[in-house]
Design a protein around this ligand. Structure first.
Ligand SMILES: Nc1nc(=O)c2c([nH]1)NC[C@@H]1CN(c3ccc(C(=O)N[C@@H](CCC(=O)O)C(=O)O)cc3)CN21
Ligand SMILES: CC(C)C(=O)C(=O)O
Ligand SMILES: [Mg+2]
Length: 272
C-alpha cells in the first residue's frame, strides 16, 4: 500500500474542493494527539479532524458536552505538531459558540491562534448562521456539520438516524445550501439516510464528508480509535473496523506483566 497523491505537499480547503471536482473521494479521520496524528498524516489521509469526540475517547465522558475550549486547543496544538500534509480541522466545543456571534468569533480565533490549525467545524444550520458569517469574515475557514449533531443530544434524546422524515430532510437540505452560500468549505453529514446524502452531495458544489451517511458523500470520516478497534464497546452499524488493536494491545501488555513477574524483563542486554 502506498500513500495516495504523494505530489500534494500540503492539503488546503482548495485541495479538498478539487478532489470533489474531479470525482476523487476524500478520506478523513480524527486524531487528538501528536503521535496518532503523525501516523494518520503519514498514511495519507487528506483531512484530520480534532473532534470534540475527544470528550468521549480521550476523557471518558458519556457525551461531547463537557470538553472545554482550552482542552480542544491542547489536543489541536498537539495534532498540528504531528501533521506535515493533512488539512487540520478543529471542532468548536459545546458552549464556545452558541451564545452569540462575538463569543463564537473569539473561540474560533483562539483555536486558530493557539493551536495553528487550519479550519474549524461547527454543528448546526440556520441557528448559528450569524456566528459562522462572523468567523468566515475573519478569514477562518468553516466546515458545517448537519444530521446527527452530538452537542444537541439532550434535545433529541437518542443517537438514532436523523432526517428520516420529509420535513427534517428538507430542513437539512436548506441548511446545507445556506452553509454553501455563506462560504463554508465543506459539510459533515452524520447518520442520515444514504439517499438523502446522495441528493445533498449532488446538489452542493462544496464537498460533503459522511459518517454513517452511506457511500455517496464526497468523503468519509471515522473516529480513529473506532477504525483501529482500540475501543471494543462502540459498535454502530456504520463502523468498519480495520484492525483489532484492543486485542493486540491487551496481549502485548499482558505479556509485559508476565515478563516482569517472571523476572525476564529487563534482561542483561536491557540493563546497564
Ligand atoms: N468513539 C466515538 N465514535 C464516534 O463516531 C463518535 C464519538 N465517539 N463521539 C461523538 C460522536 C457521537 N457519535 C455517535 C454516537 C452514537 C452512534 C450510534 O449509532 N449509537 C448506537 C445507538 C443508536 C440509537 O440510539 O439508535 C448504534 O448502535 O447505532 C453513532 C454516532 C459519533 N461520534
Ligand atoms: C464524528 C466527527 C464528525 C466529529 O464531529 C467528532 O469526532 O467529534
Ligand atoms: Mg464532533
Amino acid at each position: 500500500m502506498s500513500v495516495h497523491n504523494p505530489d500534494i505537499k500540503r492539503v488546503t480547503t482548495h485541495t479538498i474542493q478539487e478532489l470533489k471536482n474531479k470525482g476523487e473521494k476524500i478520506s478523513a479521520l480524527t486524531a487528538y494527539d501528536f503521535s496518532m496524528a503523525r501516523v494518520v498524516d503519514a498514511a495519507g489521509v487528506e483531512m484530520i479532524l480534532v473532534g470534540d469526540s475527544a470528550s468521549n475517547v480521550m476523557a471518558g465522558h458519556e457525551t461531547t458536552l463537557p470538553i472545554t475550549l482550552d482542552q480542544m486547543i491542547y489536543h489541536a496544538s498537539a495534532v498540528v505538531r504531528g501533521v506535515k500534509r493533512a488539512l487540520v480541522v478543529v471542532d468548536l466545543p459545546f458552549g464556545s459558540y452558541q451564545g452569540n456571534s462575538s463569543e463564537a468569533l473569539r473561540s474560533a480565533i483562539r483555536i486558530m491562534k493557539e493551536s495553528g490549525a487550519h479550519a474549524v467545524k461547527m454543528e448546526g444550520g440556520l441557528e448559528i448562521k450569524e456566528s459562522i458569517v462572523r468567523i468566515l469574515s475573519a478569514g477562518v475557514p468553516v466546515m458545517g456539520h448537519l444530521g446527527l449533531t452530538p452537542q444537541s443530544i439532550y434535545k433529541f434524546g437518542t443517537y438514532a438516524v436523523r432526517a428520516k422524515e420529509e420535513a427534517e430532510a428538507e430542513k437539512l437540505m436548506e441548511d446545507a445550501h445556506m452553509l454553501e452560500s455563506i462560504g463554508c468549505f465543506g459539510v459533515v453529514l452524520e447518520k442520515i439516510p444514504a439517499t438523502l446524502t446522495k441528493t445533498v452531495s449532488q446538489s452542493l458544489t462544496i464537498p460533503t464528508i459522511g459518517i454513517g451517511a452511506g457511500p455517496d458523500a464526497d468523503g468519509q470520516i471515522l473516529v480513529i480509535h473506532d477504525l483501529l478497534g482500540i475501543n471494543n464497546e462502540f459498535k454502530p452499524r456504520f463502523l468498519r473496523r480495520y484492525a483489532d488493536l484492543h486485542t493486540v494491545m491487551t496481549e502485548a501488555i499482558a505479556h509485559y506483566v508476565d515478563d516482569v513477574k517472571a523476572n525476564d524483563f529487563p534482561n542483561e542486554k536491557e540493563a546497564y
